[in-house]
Design a binder for this molecule. Structure first.
Ligand code: DUC
Ligand code: ZN
Ligand code: ZN
Ligand code: ZN
Length: 483
């Protein structure tokens, strides 16, 4: 099966040029002028870009007493509709559950995916079984390990667990990831707010101020540095966290930050909306911030101190959100965004002149493909790469509405927003899934993408010193301390 994308402008993270693209059996086989043969797709006036990769989704995830509402079927359909051709979802082991058991549960769900996917593994508790299973996880292609520094009493790991886990990830050549919020402080602030009668959704933001994120981000960076492991900080939402990441990168540490499209484009005023449902639907952690924080995130994308734009897609229906009527701490945390990430970022980033089209490709696709070691199979327009492509029409417009979305929930946090810049075609391994507005996704077409560890790269800049090596003896006769 051969397809030619004709008359488009190829836009990658570093190049812009006019050429046609030949696709055979799901792979790019030729890039050149005047290509012929096979089914032709017209890309006149459009950009041919690597399909988006959303590095942060939670599909059908058990969380806060319920399950996130989009599964691998509706979630990947939403992704493809918006030009995203791959998602990286989080396997979330229960307390005491082995990592590979949990991965099997995820494999049972992901068979319905219509685009390719991979998994990050979450470390939600600590013990010998987890330590052991981490090697099996790496072997099975799940080489990134996420740690929650918040959700005390549920998912949170404390500092000694974090340090032990980070060292293990480093030894295995993997990537450490954190949800960085100080869970102890969040728990204290939450209890205080509720005791004082502040039970509405607006109190959610007060329970998680930027300081809890800045502190935890810095702590995770320092612990990762001592453990000799590279670190990816998910959903960086504020200047305090961005500052810590900037400083670390400037010092040569392998640390990456990931702002979400929601934090870039929606602010904290959403929580003060008079309609409880409106506010609760936007409750997620970290919460939306003010304009100064948004400016900081945009600046980070422009300067390269922040690397990838994600969604943390974790969608709950209004009915699910209402579990938290009378107590904001019970509102399931999470918002959707899979379908809207690319059009919203194009509209607010490229169309405003904040980002170039090449930077757009970098932060929506290529950077994460490199960080997760799946470039150039993913994130590239190159001969030999998977034909995960989007033919992007910068003139195509729509107004975002829940009634027209693919997601299974009954509202959209971007409702009413006009976007300009949408997919004309979205291709997943050569299959046209979005065809000029028509959804032609194929349930089950998506495949699991295994990723390899890379010890040499990951250890190269680490500060690790072997504490078991003989140490110089200090004048007191006591071995000198310190790493
Ligand atoms: N934050 C959310 O809002 N939802 C899922 C998990 C998370 O960290
Ligand atoms: Zn998180
Ligand atoms: Zn998340
Ligand atoms: Zn197929």
């Amino acid at each position: 099966m051969t397809t030619i994308i004709k008359n488009g402008t190829i836009v990658t993270a570093d190049l812009t040029y006019k050429a046609d693209v030949r696709i055979e059996n799901g792979v790019i086989t030729e890039i050149g002028q005047g290509l012929k043969g096979g089914t032709e797709l017209d890309a006149t006036g459009a950009y041919v870009m690597p399909g988006g990769i959303d590095p942060h989704t939670h599909l059908e995830m058990p969380f806060m007493g319920t399950y996130s509402a989009d599964d691998f079927e509706s979630g990947t359909r939403a992704a493809l509709s918006g030009g995203t051709t791959m998602v990286v979802d989080f396997v979330l082991p229960g307390q005491g559950q082995g990592l590979m058991d949990a991965a099997q549960m995820w494999h049972n769900k992901s068979g319905r995916a219509s685009c390719d996917y991979s998994y990050h593994m979450a470390v939600t508790w600590w013990g010998e079984k987890v330590w052991e299973d981490m090697a099996a996880s790496v072997k099975a292609g799940m080489t990134s390990f996420k740690h929650f520094m918040a959700y005390k009493g549920a998912l949170m790991v404390n500092d000694d667990e974090l340090f032990q886990s980070f060292r293990r990830v480093g030894d295995l050549g993997g990537l450490a990831m954190v949800h960085a919020e100080n869970g102890d402080v969040v728990a204290e602030l939450t209890a205080k707010l509720i005791a004082e009668g502040n039970v509405g959704p607006e109190a959610h933001a007060y329970s998680r101020p930027p300081q809890v994120e800045g502190e935890a981000t810095n702590r995770a960076i320092m612990i990762a540095d001592m453990a000799g492991v590279p670190l990816y900080v998910v959903h960086t939402s504020c200047e305090e966290a961005h500052e810590a990441i900037r400083r670390a990168r400037q010092a040569g540490k392998r640390v990456w930050g990931e702002p979400l499209i929601q934090h870039l484009t929606l602010d904290e005023s959403e929580y003060f909306h008079p309609d409880w449902d409106h506010a609760a639907r936007r409750v997620m952690s970290p919460p939306f911030r003010n304009k100064q924080h948004q400016d900081s995130l945009w600046a980070g994308l422009q300067s390269g101190s922040l690397s990838c734009v994600a969604t943390d897609h974790c969608a709950f229906t209004t009915e699910q959100k209402r579990f938290g009527l009378g107590n904001f701490a019970k509102i399931p945390n999470g918002t959707g965004g899979l379908e809207d990430r690319m059009p919203m970022l194009w509209t607010h980033g490229v169309a405003t002149g904040r980002l170039t089209p090449n930077e757009f490709v970098a932060v929506t696709s290529t950077n994460i493909a490199k960080i997760l070691n799946m470039y150039p199979k993913k994130g590239a327009v190159l001969v030999g790469a998977d034909a995960d492509l989007v033919v992007w029409d910068p003139e195509k417009e729509k107004t975002i509405t829940a009634s027209a979305q693919q997601s299974a929930i009954d509202y959209n946090v971007f409702e009413g927003q006009k976007v300009k810049g949408l997919p004309r075609y979205t291709m997943t391994r050569g299959h046209v899934a979005i065809n000029d507005g028509k959804v032609e996704t194929r349930e089950g077409h998506g495949k699991f993408v295994a990723r390899e560890a890379r010890p040499a790269v990951n250890r190269a800049l680490s500060q690790w010193k072997d504490l078991t090596a003989p140490r110089p003896v200090a004048r007191t006769g006591i071995p000198a301390t310190g790493v």
